[in-house]
Design a protein. Sequence first.
Length: 448
Amino acid sequence: MSFKEFNFDGLVGPHHNYAGLSFGNIASTGNAQTPSNPQKAALQGLSKMRTLLSLGIPQGVLAPQQRPDVSALRNLGFIGTDADVIRSASQQCPAIFQSCMSASSMWTANAATVSPSPDCANGKVNFTAANLVNKYHRSLEPEFTRTLLQRVFPSRQHFHHHAVLPMSEHFGDEGAANHTRLCSNYGTAGVELFVYGKVAFDGSVPSPKKFPARQTLEASQAVARKHGLSPSKVVYAQQNPDVIDAGVFHNDVISVGNSNALFYHELAFAEPAQLKADLTAAYEGHHPLHLIEVKNKAVSVSDAIQSYLFNTQLITLENGSMALVAPTECQKTASVETYLKDLMQQNTPIQQVEFIDVKQSMANGGGPACLRLRVVLNDVEAAAVNQACLMSETKIAALEQCIKRYYRDRVEVADLADMTFIQECHEALDQLTQLLDLGSIYPFQQSF
Ligand SMILES: NCCC[C@H](NC(=O)CCC(=O)O)C(=O)O
């Protein structure tokens, strides 16, 4: 049976905006209140999907979420019609309203943790939608994400969707942004590496001082248990608290893995020597494991954050070598540009770099890797996916047409409470559900 790694990218929503909601994510807070361009953002995302398809990587798409989340606002005591709720919340509590208007579900690396069937005791692909409790705007995502994943991966025979972890900081879970799978071949049991920022139930373990650690060890362990992973094939590693304080809010800002390669910064982990030993012990297979460490003197942590060198997609090409799909910011950061030229000369599996423009997403701290959820599927599992959510040139063109017609090219934070704008966003979402064969998944489609 042949296994392939699919990328399911989040389609940027029509309400994409910069509200400065993510403390600890320097791009998000730095671009607060800047006008956004949802149309361009969504088209940049689709262009990235086209690039991946052209490189031979199967591509899927996950629809955006409905915003504003009116039921969340009602739960905070705002009453009346939806328009009343929106008006009073935006006037009385603008920051809370903006949180309920975020398009943050586009970063599907945070949607869920996914374990492929060869790793799981039940022999199915296991999904746990991430609770994202550390940020209020993101904590509104998990239940819809779970429902959406069930519509995209509907077969109970092949897919298992677990309940979201408890909505408590003790079990803060940010999904695949802190999870990497290393394997000799996609179809053999892999090593699942879970990276956490703090230990919730043991205050003696060092944790960051300035910015929050969004993922706990206890959350990672719970996901590994729920997915039925073999303990000998699971590795846990703590993120270096100092890099979280420097702005590395998820591990995928400082490391990326694929197949038999882990590409990471020297300062990414609290105990790198232990991690290397643990990975080497757990990993097995014909292809040797490559641990590609980027020294701090070659690329500083701050250059890594600015360029998103590690928020690249590391993919296996048809000829067996690997490519990095990197944001154009990597070409503009001198140390990174020099490093990448040097990397191409080294004897590692990474032989190619493709640069892509996702600036609209980058301005909120989301690079190429944040925009995708990786799902390893065999042929039978792939056939059981909702086929309307798999990308082809025809599907990309249809989505582009929809976006050009329904998405605005400029949105300011002041526009977010405008009922005409909200109505336009709902029309766009309604069109998307038809193109992606999702049924009436949004609350506004169910209230008639
Ligand atoms: N993996 C990348 C996630 C980026 C995301 N940014 C945001 O939510 C910013 C939203 C805003 O500030 O408007 C986050 O920090 O979780």
